[in-house]
Ligand binder design. Structure first.
Ligand code: CTP
Ligand code: CA
Length: 230
């Protein structure tokens, strides 16, 4: 905290942050992935460390430098992400799922590189749904009193607005806070900036105006810190 300006309000707290996007392999060289850059998760890890927390960052396929003073655990697939997050959650005062786990994985991973067929046909890829890590840790509550935070990137659709979908997702996941972004247009991916509404299971709705991912990270930790038991 030497030159930091943040108050050490997370001193003595253990927090877990997941970041990046998982990859689901089809064969040794190909995968299904997504556009998550890891910037928001890394900003959360740096902000928590600046506020005195002991931080574990479970990082999926992120190319950013390791944040100073943070334990970084690297994973690739959703199964690996789940294993590391569930293990770290046992002793965590807060878990923030900023990662974008792939929702589906190929049912079969080929040991050998898939080759093109001579007849010009393409393979069909069968998919299975991945486990929902946020739902699992919110339901199990390995450490009572821990604050569990999810993210939701929504565009809004015929079934509801971005906020309505966010409220429904918060209830479905069972977490304490859900950070909802409007991603219509895809502008947030890889951008240093973000805007969001932080929804609480307690009814809270905190509007965070457009600003840096670091500013949003600190606003999220404010909400977490205010809900931690003494
Ligand atoms: N999440 C998770 N495990 C998954 C999928 C998502 O833990 N297999 C977490 C994400 O890290 C995020 C939150 O759940 O914090 C919401 O992710 P999102 O993709 O919006 O939720 P889904 O349940 O996958 O719903 P959707 O069908 O809208 O993608
Ligand atoms: Ca999803």
């Amino acid at each position: 905290l030497a030159r930091g300006t943040a108050a050490p309000d997370l001193a003595g707290r253990r927090v877990v942050v997941s970041a990046g996007g998982t990859r689901e392999y089809l064969d040794p060289v190909r995968f299904l992935g997504n556009r998550s850059s890891g910037l928001q998760g890394y900003a959360l890890a740096r902000a928590a460390a600046a506020r005195g927390a002991e931080v574990t960052l479970v990082s999926a396929n992120v190319t950013l430098p390791d944040p100073a003073g943070v334990k970084v655990v690297r994973v690739e697939t959703t199964a690996q992400l789940r294993q590391e997050v569930v293990a770290a959650a046992v002793a965590a005062d807060a878990v923030v799922m900023a990662a974008a786990p792939a929702d589906f994985r190929p049912t079969e991973v080929s040991d050998a590189k898939i080759k093109k067929a001579a007849d010009g046909s393409a393979p069909a890829i069968e998919l299975a749904q991945n486990p929902d890590i946020l739902h699992e840790i919110s339901t199990d509550r390995a450490r009572p009193g821990a604050v569990i935070v999810g993210f939701a990137a929504e565009t809004g659709d015929a079934t509801g607005s971005v906020l309505e979908l966010g409220r429904a997702k918060l209830a479905r996941k069972g977490c304490d806070l859900l950070v909802v972004n409007d991603v219509s247009g895809g502008a947030v991916f890889g951008s240093p900036d973000n805007e969001a509404v932080i929804l609480g299971a307690d009814g809270a709705a905190v509007d965070v105006p457009y600003g840096s991912k670091t500013a949003l990270a600190h606003r999220i930790w404010d909400e977490v810190a205010g809900r931690l038991p003494d």
